[in-house]
Every structure is written in C-alpha cells, then in structure tokens.
Design a protein around this ligand. Structure first.
Ligand code: ADP
Ligand code: MG
Ligand code: MG
Length: 905
C-alpha cells in the first residue's frame, strides 16, 4: 500500500518540514515561513495545509481528503506544546491566525483572520493570563469583525452601503467621545463584541460560532472557497495565473502587537522600493495588530523612529533583514510584530519595485557580489527602463493635486513620463505656441500624420479615442513623447476650443498635466523632474560622474551588449532622433521612411506638383525640385550614423495621402499651383481607393512611376558619394517596400543599381551599399527563395505582415480586437506582440527559404514589434540578425535581446 499522502507541513521552534523552494506546495507565504524558521529566525509556530488540498476540495465538492482532520489535530498539538497553551482551553487559550497563501501573492483572495479561538470563555482566560482586559477585548472585537466579514460574509452589498461592523464601531466611538479605536475602554469593547454578534444574528440569521474547532474549520473552508470568488478569478485572468494552482492555508500561533506600549507591528523593505537605495525602509504602529498599518486607521510612523523607542528590536530587525537578503539574494518585503519587546517575523517575500529601484538594486547587488551580472540582467523587466528615460512628476506635488481633486480622468498610459503644459487643440497651435516659448499639451479626439509637427512641438499628447497602437500612441512612443490615449471621459469641442471632463471645463491655454505612466490627466500644473539619463546622454547638461542613476543605467547596458547576440537598430527619419538613438548605442537605422520628409515645410508643394503632373516630363520637373532636398536629408542622417548601416525605404504610402482633403484646402492649393479647381478635385477623386492598404502603394508606385525610385536612389547615392568625398564611409541600404514577387523586385532593383553605378562613376568613388526588400506580404514569404536570389537583405515589416497575414486592418481592429483578447480568442494584441503561430511561422519560412538561396542574406525586423521584448525574444530564437525599434526603445530592445541570449543560449 502507498504511504498515506502528507497534507500538512509543520514549522516551529527552529524546525520546518518545508523550505523556500516549495512555493508550489506551500504557497509563497508558507514557503517563506518555513524557510525563515529553518534558518533560525523567530517565527511563531504553525503549519501549512498544502495547495493539493485546495485542488482536492474543488474536485470533491468541498470535501477534504481523508486524514487531513487527524493531521490538523496533530499539528495543533505541536503548536500547543511549543506555546505552552491549549486551543480552546478557557484558562490558558492558544489563539491562531488563519492565512491564505497562493504561489503568487493574490490581492483578490481571502483576508486573514486573526485571534481565532476566542469566545466568551477563552477571553476570560486571556484576561487572567495577561492581566490586560482591554487587550483581550480588543483582540476579541477584531476577531468577531474579521470572522464575520471574511468567513460568514457579512459585508456591504455594494459600494454605497456602509460596513455594518464599522457602523457599530462608529456609534460606540461617538457615544464615548473617542477619536481612535485605541481610546475605547475594555468595557466598550466588550459591548461592541456583543453588538457585533447581535448584528450577525439579525442579518445572517445564524449564531457566531463559539466552538474554536468550528471556527478553525470555518476559516480553512473560507480560504479554499475564496480561491474561486469573482475577485480572485478576475485577478488570475488579468495576470495569467492558472486556475488549477490552488491556494495553501497557514495556521499559525498568534503573537500580539496590541498588548500595550511595548508592542508594535509593521512592514519593512530591505531596500527602498521606490528608489532602490540601500537602506532599511518601512513603517510601524505601536500597540496595534497587523492590518492596521495597511488599512490606515492611524498614520504609521517611519521605521527610523523604532530605533528610538525599541532599539533592541530595531537592531534585531536589521540583522534579520540582512540574513534574509543574503538568503534570497533579493530585496525582501517583510512583516513583523513586536510582543513585549520581543520581535517575531510573520512574512517575507520578494518586494515589488519601480523601474528605478529595479535597476539600482540589480546593479548594486552585482557590486555587492550578491548576484552575477547575468542574474541582474534577467531580473529587470525591459519595459522598466522606460521609467529611467522619462521626466517624472514630483510625487509630493502630485499628491497635493490628488487631495485638491484635480485628477480628472484616466486614459491609456501610451507614452510613459510626466508633462505639464497649456491646452491646445490643433497641431498648428501647438507649433505656434511652442515657438513663443510655451509648453503645450496637444489635446485631440485622435491624431493623424498631419499632426506630426504639432505633436513634436507639444510636451504631451492627449487623445479621447484610440488604443495603444493608435497613431498618437505610435508616434508618441517613437518620439519619446508623453501620451495618454483613448481617454474617453474627455469631450473635445474643436470649434469652441474647449473640452469637458464631467463638469470640469478646460479652455485653450489652461494648464494641464499628463502622466503617461499611469494614464492620469490632472488639472493645473504639477512639478516635474527631468530624467537624469537623458540629461547626461542627450542634453549633456549633467556630468555622468554626478549621476548615480546614469552610471547604473550605463553599466547595465554594457552588460547587455556583452551577452546579446542580436543587433539593435532604430527606426527614424529625423536627424534629432538619429542622434538620440546613437546616444543609446544603436547599431544602425533599420527603417528610414522617406515620406515624412515629404511633409516638411514647403516640400509638400513639390510633392503635390509631382503627383498632379500630367505626364512623365512634368513629374520629372517636380522630382528635380525634390532631389536636392532629399539629398540633404539623407546626407545629414548618413553622416550622423557614421559607418553604421542606414536602411532607407523608397516611397511607400498611396499618393492621395499627400493631397489636400477639404474643399477649402483644395481651392487654396489650386490657386497656388495655378491649376483649375475642378482639375485638382478630379485628380483627388481619381486617386481615391476603396482599400488603400492593399492599393496603389509600395513598390507598385515605383513600378508605375520609375522616375520616383530613380530620384530617390539618386538622392541617396549622391548623398553617400558626397560624404565619401569628405573621407567618410557611409553605408546605405536601399529597401524596396511591399514586394510580392521576384519580378517586382527585379525591376526596382535594376533602377537602383543603375543609379548607384552611374552616381559612383560620376563622383569617382566606391561605396558600400546593399539593395534589399521589406517582407510584408505572405506571398513574399512563400517565394522568399526566389526574391533572395536578387535581394541582399530582408527586413520584416511586421505591421503590414500582420495585417496581411491575419487579413486584419489595424485601423479598424479597435472595434473588436480588444474583445478577442478578453475572451481568449487571441493571446495578445498581434500588433503589439508578434503572433508567433501565424506571422511568426511566415517569418521562419521566409528566413529558411531566403537563406537557402543566399547564405549571407541579412535579415532584420523593422515593424513596431522590434521594440516589444517578447517579439525581440522571438526574433532571437529564429535567428534574425537585428531588430529595429524607435530610438527611445533601443535600451529596452537591448536588454530584451540580452535576456533572450541568457535564456535561450
Ligand atoms: P496579507 O497577505 O493580506 O498580508 P497576512 O496573512 O500576511 O495577509 O496577514 C495580515 C496581517 O496580519 C499581517 O500584518 C500579518 O503580519 C498579521 N498576522 C498574520 N498572522 C499573524 C500572527 N500569527 N500573529 C500576529 N500577526 C499576524
Ligand atoms: Mg490582507
Ligand atoms: Mg501579509
């Protein structure tokens, strides 16, 4: 016969049956209690009922496995022996806490019940033992309240109803003229206990259980039951925690922080969780029990004050923190209670932290030789680096704003960081105000490519509509702008130049603050602090030697560069952004679009002339005007990038995007260009498409109008030749977009190649260059071997590849895609993280076929996915040469790439 299964693990008096590694079995809290006991840290004795019992409980309709009852009785017996007290003994009662504890901490679950085992008899025993009736009734009052709430379920039904126990408590306090709970007398508390019980009887129609064993099993059942309450289920769904895990239950002897002035309870961190600084950080309350510190019944005191009033406990606490950090090699978040100057530990776990703290702690721990560089790299969430780059709100000032009720609404945190500026509603105004030296927040229903320069001029962007992949969000991320998108509560009236958030009215020029890290929109000014990393790298306004934050960031990046195997390039067409990316150590430009350059200043005029030209010679005349402008742009960017590769894409968007849309604009343009209004209108109409995404765009433009490709190639190679003549060594890579067949690529390549040869000959120099293609159609993936015979590089344009592979228009997906993700039809937004099974499979196929035809084929990715850590890991896995992302995401991609190497080898 099998040995009977063990359902209960005991800990106490320096011995524990479990250990830190057994989180699955014991839950996080349990594992911590066992480990602390094992290494000699003072922990009140107790036992853990393992998570399997929870699974069993659900598989057997709320029944417990055989033998559990006997094990619990035996466990209680051992606790009684260590404590020298007996559970339910009216003269010498043992009290326990019943605590839930899943593998991951889960705030949605059952709260802890403290002081279990009290009834009208045992409370007298407690008084006799302690000579402290006030303490005994305080504990009893707390117990009945917690048990009534979390086990019996007497709680407010909705958010408008008040807690029935609080009503009783308030009434008593008022009657006695007491301000705090602590002002109530033993007699008051005794009466409250009776009133609580009466409340339970009248509201629930049942008696409060007086039998301690009934209390205990009631609480154990409530913990298991809470695993499947709505809050817990919702929490697990949000954080992808499997429903099958189950929770453990910890039953533990009580220690009391509420026995008088020599008692206290508190929480602490072994390092500062906000800044990462290496100092002991925390809060405590004298004469209080556990939950009081978090619940805010009284304002807790900073831990430093503990040193003054209980120096011995403070010293002991510091000693234990050191031991725990050494043991776990991680910053710990701990709970403790001091009973008559004796310190007890009640919990330890890895502490949650900000991005700043994450970097600081990881780097410090390497320097303190606690962890290796590799471990440090693996510990930091790549997205966390964002926080180091963004300006931040002064927290104290923000709290003030919250107190004054100035936090108006919350949208999507699309562009992390903090900014304050004056409200404007139009891109033009943003530019105009900016030129006058004003800081502005551009508020739009949504943004479009026309708004680019206004967005650039603004401190922050706020949109009422659109998701995390909306235009505003995308551009904001690329520009490193602060952005809150899709803030539905905002009602904008462009005409009146005002917006409403509920009953608050904001006019143009009013001050507004936007927190892109939290999505909060705040009326008025909130002070900001600039990021130190940017001050050093970009602004040059801070000496790196005086910025610890920068030094640590730089160290981390160096370590990442040391282990990563996939390259990191950037997507940009702006010299300023290219410089930013260089400061972050980019290894080239993976996507330089040329159409943004077309919009700038008066160039759009020449672009429009080109589009409206009647014939080739007209087009060539207009193109000739564009040539010097593009050459200048390319030269500037190529020069900034030095010898690094710069991938320049030939014209991609459909031509109608460059034409005016409104009647007024058309009339104005017709005047300027001296063409009949009707002719212009006609042209706009002719260029209109039913489905522009699949229309006349990409290489199809260059095929219809070869002279466009020719001019662009000429601008690129002349720019490069000019630099060559100056003794520099630029490295352009010309990229043909939206290719679906070898034939398409062939004709475009022929033009570029011819222009390259002619230009080099004319300048009398030799250049390094490549001609390749963007892979963004499923067909291109399927015929990749054919295309690779002529293409020297591939770059996956995963934005369009996702659209064409899934048959899903990104601009229209907002209406239904979110519900797909909620209902689990898609694991993730495929525009944020690469759809591995579909798009990913196409990429693998293209890579395999492409490299078969051309071994040295260079392959990268330039879609927005290049900055998404999970997608970076995928690109590493399938063996791409590089990822390319927006300049401000370069550090994130580097860290993600390093992590991929460390995890996958
Ligand atoms: P949570 O997971 O919500 O923090 P805990 O089980 O950790 O719940 O307990 C809530 C509070 O009660 C904590 O402050 C904890 O330290 C305290 N507490 C739990 N068990 C005991 C005990 N046996 N003696 C004294 N305080 C306790
Ligand atoms: Mg709690
Ligand atoms: Mg806790």
């Amino acid at each position: 016969m099998d040995k009977p299964k063990k359902y209960l693990y005991f800990f106490g008096a320096g011995k524990a049956e479990g250990k830190a590694a057994q989180r699955e079995l014991l839950g996080g809290k349990g594992a911590g209690l066992h480990e602390m006991t094992r290494i000699g840290i003072p922990v009140p004795p107790g036992f853990t009922i393992i998570t399997d019992v929870c699974t069993y409980y659900y598989a057997h309709r709320g029944r417990y496995p055989q033998g559990l009852q006997r094990e619990v009785a035996r466990g209680l017996g051992r606790v009684e022996k260590i404590m020298g007290r007996k559970f339910g003994d009216p003269k010498n009662p043992l009290l326990v806490s019943v605590r839930s504890g899943a593998r991951e901490s889960m705030p949605g679950m059952m709260d802890t019940v403290l002081n279990l085992g009290l009834n009208d008899q045992t409370v007298s025993g407690l008084i006799a033992l302690t000579q402290n009736p006030r303490f005994a009734y305080d504990s009893y009052r707390r117990f009945v309240q917690m048990y009534g709430d979390v086990v019996l379920g007497l709680k407010p039904k909705d958010k408008d109803e008040r807690d029935p126990f609080e009503i009783v408590l308030e009434r008593k306090k008022r009657a006695q003229g007491a301000r705090f709970d602590s002002d109530l007398s033993a007699q008051d508390l005794k009466e409250i206990v009776a009133e609580f019980k009466a409340e339970i009887k009248s509201k629930l129609g049942k008696d409060f259980p007086e039998d301690p064993h009934e209390q205990l099993w009631g609480a154990i059942g409530a913990v298991f039951g809470s695993w499947n309450n709505d809050r817990a289920i919702a929490y697990r769904e949000l954080y992808h925690i499997p429903h099958t895990w189950g929770t453990a239950v910890n039953v533990q002897a009580m220690v009391f922080g509420n026995m008088g002035e020599r008692c206290a309870t508190g929480v602490a961190f072994t390092r500062n969780p906000a800044t990462g600084e290496k100092h002991f950080y925390g809060e405590f309350l004298v004469n209080a029990q556990g939950e009081d510190v978090v619940a805010g019944v009284r304002t807790p005191r900073p831990i430093a004050e503990l040193k003054e009033i209980m120096p011995q406990s403070h010293r002991e606490l510091q000693r234990i923190c050191k031991i725990l950090e050494k043991r776990y090699k991680e910053m710990q978040d701990i709970e403790f209670t001091i009973e008559n100057n004796r310190l007890w530990m009640l919990q330890t776990r890895t502490g949650k932290r900000t991005g700043f703290a994450a970097v600081r702690i990881a780097v410090d721990m390497v320097e303190e030789r606690i962890i290796s560089k590799e471990e440090a790299l693996l510990r930091i969430e790549p997205e966390h680096l964002n926080q180091l780059l963004r300006p931040i709100f002064d927290e104290a000032d923000k709290e003030r704003a919250a107190k004054e009720g100035r936090i108006l609404a919350k949208g999507l945190p699309a562009g992390p960081g903090a900014a304050t500026g004056r409200v404007v509603f139009h891109a033009e105004d943003a530019e105009g105000w900016n030129q006058r030296g004003e800081r502005v927040v551009l508020c739009r229903v949504e943004t479009s490519p026309d708004d680019i320069r206004g967005m650039q001029a603004a401190q922050a962007i706020l949109t009422a509509r659109g998701g995390m992949t909306s235009h505003a969000a995308l551009v904001a991320r690329q520009m490193g702008k602060i952005c809150v998108a899709g803030c539905e509560a905002v009602d904008i009236d462009y005409g009146r130049r005002e917006m409403r958030v509920d009953d608050v009215l904001l006019r143009e020029g009013d001050w507004l603050s936007v927190d892109g890290s939290t999505g909060e929109v705040i009326r008025g000014e909130v002070q900001t602090l600039p990021s130190e990393v940017l001050q050093v790298l970009i602004g040059g306004t801070l000496d790196p030697r005086s910025s610890k934050g920068y030094q640590q960031f730089a160290k981390l990046m160096k370590w990442a560069d040391g282990v990563r195997r996939i390259g990191v390039r950037t997507n940009t067409d702006q010299p300023e952004q290219a410089r930013v990316a260089m400061a972050f150590g980019t290894e080239g430009i993976g996507l330089c679009r040329t159409e943004h350059m077309f919009f700038e200043g008066d160039r759009i005029q020449a672009v429009r002339e080109m589009i409206l030209a009647e014939d080739e010679s007209g087009r060539r005349r207009a193109l000739a005007k564009l040539l010097p402008i593009q050459r200048r742009d390319f030269k500037e960017i190529l020069e900034i990038m030095g010898e690094l590769p710069v991938t320049i894409r030939t014209l991609d968007p459909p031509l109608h995007e460059f034409l005016p849309k409104t009647e007024k604009e058309i009339v104005e343009l017709a005047q300027v260009m001296d063409v009949p209004v009707e002719a212009l209108k006609n042209k706009v109409k002719v260029l209109q498409e039913f489905n522009p995404m699949l229309g006349h765009r990409g290489c199809r433009l260059g095929i219809s109008y070869p002279e466009i490709t020719e001019m662009q190639a000429q601008a690129i190679f002349e720019a490069a030749c000019l630099l060559r003549q100056e003794g520099k060594n630029p490295f352009p890579e010309v990229m043909i977009p939206l290719v679906g067949s070898r034939q398409e690529f062939h004709v475009q390549r022929a033009i570029v190649e011819r222009v390259a040869q002619e230009t080099m000959k004319a300048f009398g120099v030799k250049l390094r260059y490549l001609i390749g293609t963007m892979i963004e159609l499923p067909r291109a993936c399927l015929v990749a071997d054919e295309i690779a015979r002529e293409a020297e590089f591939f770059s996956f344009g995963t934005n369009d590849l996702t659209q064409t592979c899934l048959g899903l228009s990104r601009d229209d997906a907002g209406k239904f895609l979110p519900s797909y993700i909620v209902h689990g039809l898609l694991p993730e937004d495929p525009f944020v993280s690469i759809d591995r099974d579909g798009v990913g499979a196409l990429m693998r196929l293209a890579l395999e076929r492409g490299r078969k035809a051309r071994r040295e084929l260079e392959v990268g990715i330039c879609g927005e996915h290049g900055g998404d850590p999970a997608s970076v890991a995928f690109c590493h896995e399938i063996g791409l040469d590089y990822v390319s992302c927006s300049p401000y995401r370069v550090p994130i991609a580097k860290l993600a790439a390093a992590q991929a190497s460390l995890r996958r080898g």
